[in-house]
Each structure stands twice: as C-alpha cells, then as structure tokens.
Design a protein around this ligand. Sequence first.
Ligand code: PXG
Length: 465
Amino acid sequence: MTLLNPRPLSDYQAMDAAHHWHPFTDTADLNRTGTRIIDRAEGVWIEELGGKRLLDGMAGLWCMNLGYGRDRIVDAVSRQMKELPYYNAFFQCAHPPVVEFAAALAEKAPAHMNRVFFTNSGSESNDTVFRLARVYWDSLGKPSKKVFIGRHNGYHGSTVAAASLGGMGGMHAQSGLPIEGVVHIDQPYWYGEGLATGMTPEEFGLERARQLEAKIDEIGEENVCAFIAEPIQGAGGVIIPPESYWPEIARICREREILLIADEVICGFGRTGKWWGSETYGIEPDLMPIAKGITGGYLPMGGVFISDRVAGPVMEKAGEFYHGYTWSGHPAACAAGLEVLKIMDEEQVVERAGAVLAPKLAETWAALADHPLVGEARTKGVLGALELAADKETGARFEGAGAGTLARDFCVSDAGLVMRAVGDTMIVSPPLSITEAEIEELGVRARKALDLTADALVRAGHKVA
Ligand code: PXG
C-alpha cells in the first residue's frame, strides 16, 4: 500500500503549528504540546502516525456510525464523482443522486415528514431552521412570532444563528451572542443540577420542561416562533433527560402553538437505538436538523426534515424561500448517503443498536458505576456518560483538580481509548458497527483510565472514596 503521508511526525507538528488554526482549540497551548496526527483507521480503531492504536469511543465526532474502512462507500462516491462530480439544485435543476437520496431519506423519516432540505453541516442545518421557522409563521400571517427558545448548555453548531440557538456560555461570551430573538431556559441535567434540589428525576424533568411554559408566557405566545432542543444533549455531556421531560415539552409546544425543533444531528440515524431520538422519546417535531451520521461521516453533509404541517403553508403562501447553499445536495455526498442507508438496511444497524449494543453498553457502564470515582454511569442507546465525583452521595466534584481532563489524557496516553471529557463528565458515542467484544474492551480501557486518574488524584492530595 502506498504511504499517503510520508513525512515524520515532527514535520507535521511543525507545519501544523505554523499554519493550521484548529477548531475549538487553544492554538498557542496546542502548539506547545504538539498535535496528535491520526493517519489511518479501520473499523472502530484509529491509528496515530507511528502506529499507536486507539479505540475510537467517539466515532470521530459522533459521526462515523458505520466505522472506518468501508470501501463500499468510497467506491460509491468514486463512481458518482466520475459520472457527475457536481451540479446544483438551484434554478429548476436536480440530479439523480439528490432525488434518490431525498426519497430514501423520506422513507426513513417519521411518517409526518416527507421533505428534506440539504445543507453541508449541522450548523448550516440550524441556520436553515432559523430562517424557515420564521418564514412559516410569516406565511400564516403571524409575523410577530420570531423568538426562539433554546437551552443553556445546548449545542446546535458554530455559525451565528446555530451558536445563538445553542446555550454555550463560552461561545456567547466571545462574540456577543446570542443574536436578538433567541432566549434560553435551563437544561434537564438531573445529575448536575437536579440532585442537589432533592427532587426526584421525574419531578426535576417536569420542572425544567415547565420553564418553557413560563418563558412563553413571559414573552407572549404571539411572539414565540419555536423551541429547539437535542433529544439527548451530546456536546453538553450526554445529558439524558428524565422520562417526564419530553412528553411535557411536547404538550406545551402543542398547547401554546409554537414549533418544536428536535436537533437530531447526533441522535439521528440510530444513535439512541431507534432511527430518531424523537422516536425514542415519542415526540413529533415540526422540523428536524440532521447531519453527521447522514453520510456515516464519510463526507460533509447535513439537512433539515420538514414536516407536512410546515411545508404546506410555506409552499402555498411564501413562494420562493430565498435560501440555499452551493453544495446543497452535492452528488458525491448523496452517493455516500445512499450507500450508507443501504448498508444500514442490510446490516440492520439501527435494530442492532437498539437490541444488542444498547443493552451491552448499559451492562458495561453499570459495572463501572462501582468505581470509586464514578458518581453516576448513564446510557441511552449507544451513548454513555460517567460523572466523576468526589462524593458519590452528594455528587460533589473534585474541586480544581481537572479530573475529567486527567481521565481523558490517561485514556489516550495509557488506555488506548478516545473518550471525551466535558468538565468532569466522561462521554462515549462509539461507532454503531462496534461489536459486543469491543464494547467490553471499551469498558476495560475506561476502567484502566479511571484507576490511573484515581491514583493521580490521591497523589495530588484529594480524597478518593
Ligand atoms: N447540532 C448538534 C446537536 C451537534 O452536536 C451541530 C448541531 C453542528 O454540526 P456541525 O456539522 O456544524 O459541526 C452539532 C455538532 C463535541 C462536538 O466536541 C460536537 C459537535 C461538533 C463538534 C464537536 O462534542 N456537534
């Protein structure tokens, strides 16, 4: 096999430090330590330049749902690139892959959603949602309905509208966000924010949902456009809402006549053990932004599923929707997506995620709950989180110890595992192609990293239960 990247690691690190500005990175700090260069991958394993293998517990960035090394996807893309590398879907045009893919996606979408608008990322999908939801209310003669309600610590992307809809305080502080017309309510994060209240998870879920009702009343229903949320918050720390949360949110949106937008960028395409997170929670959103797993991560693509309820008035009354991207429905991305759907059907990926992987991950995680550092081990579908806590009863953290960062670093340096830290919450979202044996291996590696973290915390003078 030809070596695609023949330079030594130090060259890549020097070039990277000199010329590459990384996303979500303290670039000066990174340049002091040196970038890790990943140069190949197969299945659920990634390999660093030099040969070190790591189990990819994050499926890249929550997107490599079918794992790496799927030649069928590459071949489908290659065939399409030779036949028609590009044409657009503007100005009365389309091409076979975009039409085929839209139809194939509509088959998989919830029954009340029959149309998809293509974008190139989750962020773009949420910018599309931001504009389309407002156009919907305009088309119904209710132009005052403009305000979006999102959630603190929600994540909807990095563009201006998407970052505004999200509730990441650090992002907002850096660039004067959110933009006008976006407000936020609290998240249904029971372990982080509910435990100390003495409420049960179910009571807490209702309290957090009812903040939506209170916020709508405060702003005036006639001014509120939509509520947007991830079925399960991903980037915020795999925050699995109490079962009481979503039914109450759905009731409020219905009664108060505001659109419900379920951001399925992470939860979609089987992550929660069903096709859509909305399905897992029994809700019927009006709009669903999607991305990531749509191409199994092989090419950039995103989209928005549009319910018949929203599509009807917009098509009849608004006329042209002045919105679109050069690469909306790129032929190569559509070819990748079509092949991904074929593989998902053939391998029964979603069914297996729900029936085999979800219980296996739940069992593996439950075993880790005994570890002295773990305050809570939670999973839903093929998503998992471990809360690192100094006190298992109260959930008190290791103050100032950077426990999450320590654990993440031990994962990479000693345990050969990619597991992310969001503060002191360790999270995983492995490829849906993972085997049961590999989930066990993930558990073994996570425990090793936790043990090393516990030792380091003790050495630093912290008390570990
Ligand atoms: N919505 C959700 C729910 C997401 O998780 C986006 C929208 C934006 O997608 P794009 O394709 O524009 O990145 C996301 C992205 C992390 C991490 O560190 C999470 C995301 C992206 C990058 C890093 O957890 N989620």
